[in-house]
Design a protein around this ligand. Structure first.
Ligand code: GDP
Length: 454
């Protein structure tokens, strides 16, 4: 038994069409109280996957002309009886149709409740539900493709396969421990180690690509740094494709941190154009310098900009110093002007150096490729399984640690029981990853991030 929920599944904004979704045991009965079909046949007489034209009413008040789409359990998104009412996409119209459905007996759905029901009814696992969310919020091509791959169950299949390897290893060991006198062949520790190493390598590979995958889906915090007037704002404008920062000749005009999300190739950069790094007597600018240093601290990628038409000075040295040990690309800007800067000195500190003229738009492609290389997204194949959420990463990391313990236990000649405990714990973590055995709190955490109507 499931109660019947309803929500507006399209944005509450003027649009061509607005969709009110109703799902649950009484979904069709509720919709029948709101909709009078043009054919006169109640929705309850219709088969699944049938659309009916009609009019929506709140009691006696005509609300709109609409089309109702009937889905019969289990063949619907949620796995329950569902009706989707498409009406005209006005803020007032959709709100009124939704209110009529609520008056007719539905309850207002909570955020992500439709997808949660799909999960509880076995329509998708947790990683697929998370993929739905990634797909909705995808900002770039790479993130969208990765979400579609996950929605297709690529990660679940991979994790299920690892689970099966571990379960059969554990079962062999259990049989051997429990029935030592039966005709069970001796446990071959080499075979066990091979299985454990296979799963270890697979999970390790997924974890190694996590950060790069995140750059495709969520973007990477990127700081553009450089002394005043080297062309940071101009570079940001070149990357974002329109004038966003103020570009002037007066040193120190970019005082605040200007933030911008831009798509460079397949990668999403959450860009911060920082105030010029230099000690300044100007109080406002000093705040900017502090902000810049903070941004560098938090950045996953730094674009350090130098002006090729001027000799390097102490401020450039300070920047080279700040970039030490960080993921950084040196951007040598103003290549349209005569070269005066000591480029070799920059190359001594920064291995990846790109030449640009932000003014003319030169070097953008080379910069995009360097960014992909620096983050590692050039090695990501979005048609392959990958971990896309922090939750998935945590579970995979816990499983990896348990498998490492199991491998160590085998190598140290520990008892079968000790090895089994480690393998069991890895299996638990993997089952939590796909949600096949997730704690309620974990499930709630996943769905709390969804919007209402999804
Ligand atoms: P910021 O202080 O580092 O943000 O520098 P801006 O982006 O404000 O640029 C400072 C000045 O340099 C402006 O007059 C820009 O037009 C100029 N500039 C920026 N990039 C280039 C470039 O590639 N070539 C040339 N010739 N001038 C540039």
């Amino acid at each position: 038994m499931s109660d019947t929920i309803a929500a507006l599944s399209t944005p509450l904004a003027p649009g061509g069409i607005g969709v009110i979704r109703i799902s649950g045991d009484d979904a069709i009965a509720v919709a029948d109280k709101v909709i009078k079909t043009t054919s006169g046949k109640p929705l309850s007489t219709l088969k699944g996957y049938t659309a009916a034209h009609g009019k929506a009413y709140d009691g006696g008040e005509l609300l709109d002309e609409c089309v109702a789409l009937v889905f019969r359990a289990p063949k619907s998104y949620t796995g329950e009886d569902t009706v989707e009412i498409s009406c005209h996409g006005g803020v007032l119209v959709t709100s009124k149709v939704l209110r009529a459905a609520l008056k007719a007996g539905a309850r207002a759905a909570e955020g992500g409740e439709f997808t949660k029901r799909a999960f509880l009814n076995g329509k998708m696992d947790l990683s697929e539900a998370e993929a739905v969310m990634s797909l909705i919020s995808a900002k770039g091509e790479g993130g969208m493709k990765a979400a579609l791959t996950a929605l297709d169950g690529a990660l679940s299949k991979k994790i299920d396969a690892y689970c099966n390897v571990l379960v059969s290893a554990a079962a062999n060991m259990a049989a051997w421990v429990d029935y030592p006198d039966d005709e069970i062949p001796d446990l071959d520790l080499d075979v066990l180690l091979t299985s454990l190493n296979e799963v270890y390598a697979g999970l390790d590979g997924l974890l190694c690509k996590f950060d790069a995958g995140k750059a495709l889906t969520d973007g990477i915090e990127t700081a553009i740094v450089g002394k005043p007037n080297v062309g940071k704002s101009a570079l940001m404008n070149m990357l974002s494709g329109f004038r966003r920062s103020i570009v002037t000749d007066i040193a120190g005009t970019t005082r605040d941190v200007v933030e911008e999300t831009v798509r460079v190739g397949r990668v999403i950069l959450n860009l911060a154009d920082t105030a010029g790094i230099r000690e300044s007597a100007d109080a406002v600018e000093s705040i900017g310098v502090e902000l810049a240093k903070e941004k560098i601290e938090r950045a996953g990628l730094i674009l350090a900009v130098f002006d090729v038409s001027r000799g390097l000075d102490e401020s450039d040295d300070e920047i080279l110093e700040l970039c030490k040990g960080r993921e950084v690309i040196g951007v040598i800007n103003k290549t349209d002007l005569p070269r005066k800067a000591d480029i070799e000195k920059i190359k001594e500190s920064i291995s990846e150096v790109i030449f640009t003229s932000a003014l003319k738009g030169d070097g953008e492609k080379e910069l995009a490729e360097a960014i992909e290389r620096a983050i590692g997204t050039d090695k990501i194949d979005t048609s392959q399984a990958m971990l896309t959420t922090e939750r998935q990463r945590r579970s995979a990391e816990k499983a990896l640690a348990s498998i490492k313990e199991a491998i160590d236990a085998v190598n140290m000649g520990m008892t079968m029981d000790a090895i089994n405990v480690c393998i069991d714990s890895a299996i638990e973590d993997l089952l939590e990853l796909t949600g096949k055995k997730a704690r309620e709190a974990v499930v709630d955490e996943v769905f709390s991030q969804f919007c209402v109507g999804k």
